[in-house]
Write a protein that binds this ligand. Structure first.
Ligand code: P53
Length: 475
């Protein structure tokens, strides 16, 4: 059987520390900003957009505090992933596990030891770790002290953190991502940058200044990484998804250009090493004046990323007409309803061909290897009386997307691997729910924190095992 996937294609799955580990104060961990967020029923999204609520709130339940307790279950969980044949496992290191306050003089040894054990276990099972350095969980102390990434000093703190983990895991981890969904800072500045922009005079100014700090930090640690181990592969990470024009009106087409540039802006800097030409006009029209320190532009230019990773759940649809835009549905990424697409129970529109389009556009633009590090369907799973999970809807979603990825590869796109999101059920970032499940592995836990935490295999577990075993030919 033929397959578009190369022999060493990295099949696997993805999670993030703050959404699966739990153990939020164990072994000296400090609080991350996600640890003060409540669940959906208590206004999670309001708190994300209004961080003061999160900082002052006294909620009954914080989904991240226990989550699926991966911290204490990782060995058994990794064994299940190995059983599916995982070649790679994407997770993140929790920054406040290593530096509980973000600016501590010494790292927390117990936190470092946890990741030693985790990566040793991956290596033992023949699973290559793919590690995000910062996935939404900036230490809360930094947010309180200096409004997170709005403050330039955070660059050095991040660099120091990166140096500690690069040196410690240099023989265990090869693939690193500097920031999860770096463009998230535009849509949810609290998640992306640990910043509260609600009280600043020009929120865009604060946001893009913080983004500049992250871009410089990303380039600086790319340099650092190669000084420590020349074999390291350093990538960026984008919340991806092409924006289409609502009609063939040229104004709509232009709107789509702008919407796509808003995203690509970050990768333009991280991959090409300089601010794109269109940024000048954008900054001017939005009254943004970046404070760029001496040496910043040189470091951006000298240390671009080697590969480009991204999440893809959905395409987006935009219009230039304010009347049409009034009907825009909320969600992290504003989008119109596309009449040609079906949507998930959470309103995320399902568009496998959009993945092929996204991959082709990104490869044309950057000519660097891609890595699809998130994709999947958040859905409610209802176990049958005998405890089975018949998630044919998830299999259908993933099969279509894997085929689209295969098409992109046949189009000539270089792609290193595929790590679908939430390969084991975990807490949703946007809603804090457990019932929005993505996994091949079911976890017995509900939105309110009830459940035995027992793990079981869904139908998709066996499906994905076949996909990996046949290197995509079983589709
Ligand atoms: P959830 C939307 C909202 C929050 C984070 O999202 C997001 C997105 C979509 O791009 O980004 C990623 O859990 C993120 C993961 C997250 C996943 O999407 O709200 O990197 O942390 O869990 C899915 O369904």
């Amino acid at each position: 059987m033929t397959t578009p996937f190369q022999k060493d294609f990295l099949w696997g799955g993805a999670v993030a520390a703050n959404q699966c580990e739990g153990a939020y104060l164990t072994d000296g961990k400090g609080l991350s900003l996600v640890d003060v967020l409540p669940d959906a029923a208590h206004g999670r999204w309001e708190a994300i957009m209004n961080p003061q609520l999160a900082l002052e709130g006294q909620y009954d339940f914080y989904p991240s505090h226990e989550s699926i307790d991966f911290y204490h279950h990782y060995k058994a969980d990794l064994a299940l992933m190995a059983e599916m044949g995982f070649k790679t496992f994407r997770t993140s290191i929790s920054w406040p596990r290593i530096f509980p306050n973000g600016d501590d003089a010494e790292p927390n040894e117990a936190g470092l030891a946890f990741y030693d054990d985790l990566f040793d276990e991956c290596v033992r099972l023949g699973i290559e770790p793919l590690v995000t350095i910062n996935h939404f969980d900036t230490p809360l102390a930094l947010m309180k002290k200096c409004n997170g990434w709005a403050d330039r000093r955070v660059i050095e703190l991040y660099e120091n953190y990166a140096e500690v983990i690069f040196k410690r895991y240099k023989d265990k981890v090869k693939y690193w991502l500097t920031f999860n969904e770096i463009n998230m800072i535009l849509h949810a500045p609290f998640f992306g940058g640990g910043i509260d922009v609600t009280k600043t005079a020009n929120p865009k100014q604060t946001t893009y200044q913080a983004a500049h700090h992250q871009l410089v930090a990303s380039a600086r640690v790319t340099k650092l990484a190669h000084d420590i181990n020349p074999n390291f592969k350093i990538g960026c990470m984008l919340a991806g998804g092409v924006s289409y024009a609502n009609t063939c009106a040229p104004e709509d087409a232009w709107k789509a250009v702008e919407a796509n540039r808003e995203n690509y802006f970050f990768i333009d800097v991280q991959s090409r090493g300089e601010y794109p030409s269109y940024s000048k006009r954008f900054f001017k029209e939005n009254n943004i004046t970046l404070d760029i320190a001496e040496g910043d532009l040189e470091i951006l230019k000298a240390y671009p990323v080697e590969f480009i990773s991204f999440s893809y759940y959905s395409s987006r649809l935009v219009s230039a007409d304010p009347e049409v835009n009034k009907t825009t549905e909320g969600n992290v990424f504003a989008t119109l309803k596309n009449p040609y697409l079906k949507a998930s129970e959470w309103g995320w529109q399902i568009d496998p061909l959009g993945l092929r389009t996204t991959m082709n556009e990104m490869y044309d633009r950057y000519q660097k290897p891609l890595f699809v590090v998130e994709n999947g369907l958040g859905a409610v799973d209802t176990p049958t009386a005998d405890g089975k999970i018949k998630d044919d809807y998830r299999i259908a979603y993933l099969a279509e997307h894997v085929k689209a990825m295969g098409d992109a590869i046949e189009d000539g796109v270089e792609c290193w691997g595929y790590t679908p999101w939430g390969c084991i059920d975990l807490v949703s970032a946007g809603s804090g729910e457990m019932k929005k499940r993505y996994g091949f592995i079911y976890v017995d836990r509900d939105n309110d924190g009830n459940g035995s935490l027992a793990r079981s295999k869904k139908d998709s577990f066996y499906w994905y095992k076949d996909v990996i075993k046949s290197n995509g030919a079983s589709l």
